[in-house]
Design a protein around this ligand. Structure first.
Ligand SMILES: NC(=O)C1=CN([C@@H]2O[C@H](COP(=O)(O)OP(=O)(O)OC[C@H]3O[C@@H](n4cnc5c(N)ncnc54)[C@H](OP(=O)(O)O)[C@@H]3O)[C@@H](O)[C@H]2O)C=CC1
Ligand SMILES: CC(=O)[C@@H](O)[C@H](O)COP(=O)(O)O
Ligand SMILES: [Mn+2]
Length: 394
């Protein structure tokens, strides 16, 4: 039986992970569950899965949570508070696998700690990888950690790689990745209407039910930009080997094009329990709870090239990786701040790429040579982005 720690248990990926784990109680023991503030959801999860540890990052909420557990049927669960507790539970000896499902840069330190501790890392938190790049991949290689991609596209690519493939390796006969994208909710909206879209419209993804931040990223296609960088890192490829393809039905989750002309695709319903179950069972397979794909209901599959005019965030991601060094860290931080401001209705949807581009222009490319440099750059880019937002609003 494997011990699992779920970072970001109360989010969309966390909930799907517990759904899959709950179907295989003889294979997985839940060691730790973590939340930021949502103690009601965490409490229900603790009642059902009885972890050894529950982490609440917010200290005030952690106190309330601790009191609640002490007066419940599960007083023996240890409650820890604060961001350092995330690293503690991610590196426990009893933990074999860590689901990295915190959203954004907040997930970097615990995911990196798990990598350094040689855990099996189920990586959903793409921002952590994009912002830390080679540092993260090096930590995985040096410790002998096993990195399994959860992001549906990267999980699909991983499944299309040759037998024995390990993330980070160069797959010599694979010449190109076809990275599929839905195009989000505004794929066909007249461009002059995009400035006035609301957060609720932006998070209404056509095919997937996800957290709010990634849903906005899908609407701007920054999600695909982050995923392009994620693919370069996970599969040791150059940006010009990654072709983004809009595929409306989200049934093909990505493809690998081999030197002999063979193109392998992974297909399935748009249900994150599929890549989660794949990684939890790997190298075996087990039931995910997802419905079998009804190919007759799918009927057709459509493909389009994305427009960089409609989706400037995708262009910015290609520019960030071409610039290299700290620029992907800047891109990610500026995007997090811009998306948060949009969700709080402080800026318009069309301001998101403007904020990111202005922020990137404020930085000179230097080497992202250490974790300290990455964390410092992340903080600086957040400050710069907040200032840009203030200037936009004055
Ligand atoms: N949802 C999906 O289908 C997919 C998601 N991903 C990636 O997976 C990650 C998670 O996405 P998703 O599940 O949608 O996000 P959600 O917003 O649904 O969940 C985020 C989780 O992170 C926790 N969290 C938020 N901020 C902090 C913080 N500062 N410190 C510690 N924990 C924090 C939240 O806790 P609380 O609930 O207490 O706020 C919650 O558990 C993202 O990186 C996303 O890009 C990738 C592919 C698909
Ligand atoms: C489920 C998943 O992996 C998401 O990243 C999804 O791909 C988002 O859809 P888009 O293709 O619209 O970005
Ligand atoms: Mn994805």
């Amino acid at each position: 039986m494997k011990g699992i720690c779920i970072l970001g248990a109360t989010g969309s990926i966390g909930v799907s992970t517990l759904d899959v784990v709950g179907r295989h109680p003889h294979l997985y023991k839940v060691i730790a569950l973590t939340a930021n503030t949502n103690i009601d959801a965490l409490y229900e999860q603790c009642l059902e899965h009885h972890p050894d540890y529950a982490v609440v990052v917010d200290e005030n909420k952690a106190r309330i949570f601790k009191d609640k557990l002490q007066n419940s049927s599960i007083p023996d669960i240890q409650v820890l508070a604060g961001p350092q507790a995330l690293e503690y539970v991610a590196t426990l000896d009893t933990v074999d696998s860590v689901m990295a499902a915190i959203v954004g840069a907040a997930g970097l330190l615990p995911s990196l700690a798990a990598a350094k501790a040689g855990k099996i890392i189920l990586l959903a938190n793409k921002e952590a990888l994009v912002m830390s790049g080679a540092i993260f991949m090096q930590a995985v290689t040096e410790s002998g950690a096993q990195l399994l991609p959860i992001d549906s596209e990267h999980n699909a690519i991983f499944q299309c790689m040759p037998v024995g493939y390990i993330a980070g390796m160069q797959a010599k006969q694979a010449r190109r990745i076809l990275l599929t994208a839905s195009g989000g909710p505004f794929r066909e909206m007249p461009l002059d209407q995009m400035a006035s879209v609301t957060p609720d419209q932006a998070v209404a993804h056509p095919n997937w039910d996800m957290g709010r931040k990634i849903s906005v990223d899908s609407a701007t296609m920054m999600n695909k930009g982050l995923e392009m960088i994620e693919a370069c890192l996970l599969f040791n490829m150059q940006p010009d080997q990654i072709q983004v393809v809009i595929h409306l039905q989200s049934v093909i989750h990505s493809m690998v094009d081999y030197v002999d002309g063979t193109v392998l695709a992974q297909m399935g319903n748009p249900d994150m329990r599929i890549p989660i179950a794949h990684s939890l069972a790997w190298p075996e397979r087990f039931d995910s709870g997802a419905e079998p794909l009804d190919i007759f209901a799918v009927r057709r599959m459509d493909f389009e090239e994305p427009s960089l005019e409609r989706f400037p965030c995708l262009r910015l991601a290609y520019e960030a990786i071409a610039a290299g060094g700290i620029m992907p860290t800047v891109l990610n931080a500026a995007n997090e701040i811009a998306v948060e401001a949009f969700l709080n209705e402080n800026v318009r949807f069309t301001d998101i790429p403007i904020i990111i581009e202005r922020c990137m222009k404020k930085f000179v490319v230097t080497e992202a040579g250490s974790l300290e440099i990455i964390l410092e750059t992340d903080q600086q880019a957040r400050l710069v982005s907040r200032q840009i937002i203030e200037d936009l609003n004055n």
